[in-house]
Design a protein around this ligand. Structure first.
Ligand SMILES: [Zn+2]
Ligand SMILES: [Zn+2]
Length: 338
């Protein structure tokens, strides 16, 4: 996904110049062509092609715009892949960030900045948002049972535990999914003969772990209000509106935003008043889906010190997001693996 930010003169200029209809028409025809291409090309690249076209048009018209994209790099998917390739998560992300950037350069996508989430700016902005949530009573702590490896002294994310599928008996099922029968309807500790992916000779044990959850239920009224306005004014797709409406109808639940991992944005320990909490949370990081979306402001902060003028001025800036088709972009898993 990439994002295009336009400052307000865009809309005014379009209206004033009387070009809005024909421009929309051309844009619509191009979008239709791109939608057809979508069936044969990678959805990701078509998304970039549409965004690039829109960006170039805005620049040509002299509208102040910023076109940002990057790699979100944290989570267990990265840790697992690094383990497989025998490198550190940092080395792995350096390699793939460079590879991505070179491919987009070759296609002349023309981002103003192609950044990444493993930066100091990402840490600062994510921690700042977390502190505000903490102060405004939007967080709650919960305890759950998670598999733990006593050999490498770590809780095991779903992808770090393997065993026999409780549904079909397949030997190499993962904690979050069985690749043989496709089942996702079990907990990691339901696996028979479970083993640690790092230490295959070790049987993980169940241990209690504490995590911080975001009170989405408390925030539901504000989220509903924002959704009504944003989906109407932003012309959301029918699918996007439908999925969001169905969640709101069910009622939002709180979601865990921390994980027992090392590769991630650290929790700011200064919010905790007692030493015991500091000790517990020093070994945890933010869940990747909590901080991945903060990547857009932080990548902008890597581009300009004045990033807040783009991200904290909704009256004067419009945000356009261009998304490839990805089921992970729709929701984040409450029990979670990344
Ligand atoms: Zn199975
Ligand atoms: Zn282990």
């Amino acid at each position: 996904m990439c994002a295009l930010l336009l400052s307000k003169p865009y809309t005014k200029a379009l209206t004033r110049s009387g070009q809005q209809c024909s421009t929309s028409g051309q844009y619509h025809r191009l979008s239709t062509l791109c939608r057809l291409l979508l069936q044969v090309l990678s959805p990701l690249f078509v998304c970039f092609c549409i965004a690039t076209h829109h960006h170039r048009y805005c620049k040509a018209r002299g509208y102040p715009t910023l076109f940002v994209c990057g790699t979100d790099e944290y989570g267990t998917a990265t840790e697992t892949k690094a383990l497989e390739e025998g490198v550190t998560p940092r080395q792995l992300c350096d390699k793939y960030n460079k590879l991505h950037a070179e491919i987009y350069d070759w296609f002349e996508i023309g981002f103003d900045i192609f950044g990444r989430t493993s930066t100091e700016q990402q840490k600062e902005i994510t921690q700042d948002i977390f502190r505000r949530l903490y102060k405004n009573d939007c967080l709650v702590e919960r305890t759950s049972r998670q598999p733990y490896c006593e050999k490498h002294k770590s809780f095991l994310a779903d992808r770090f535990i393997e065993g026999t599928c409780p549904k079909c008996g397949y030997d190499d099922a993962r904690g979050d999914q069985c690749d043989s029968c496709g089942s996702v309807d079990y907990e990691p500790l339901d696996l028979k003969n479970p083993r640690c992916k790092v230490d295959p000779d070790i049987t993980p044990v169940a241990r209690d772990t504490r995590h911080i959850h975001l009170k989405l239920d408390k925030l539901q009224p504000q989220i509903e209000e924002w959704f009504e306005k944003s989906s109407r004014e932003g012309g959301w797709s029918r699918n996007g509106r439908f999925i969001t409406e169905s969640w709101l109808k069910q009622g939002l639940r709180d979601r865990g935003i921390t994980r027992d991992l090392k590769w991630g944005t650290p929790i700011p320990l200064d919010v905790f008043t007692n030493e015991k909490d500091k000790e517990i949370y020093k070994d945890k990081v933010f869940y990747v889906w909590f901080d991945a979306c903060i990547g857009y402001p932080s990548i902008t902060a890597n581009y300009t010190k004045e990033w807040e003028k783009w991200w904290r001025d909704p009256e004067n800036v419009q945000l356009y997001q261009f998304m490839g088709k990805g089921t992970n972009d729709v929701d984040f898993d409450p029990k979670a693996t990344r």
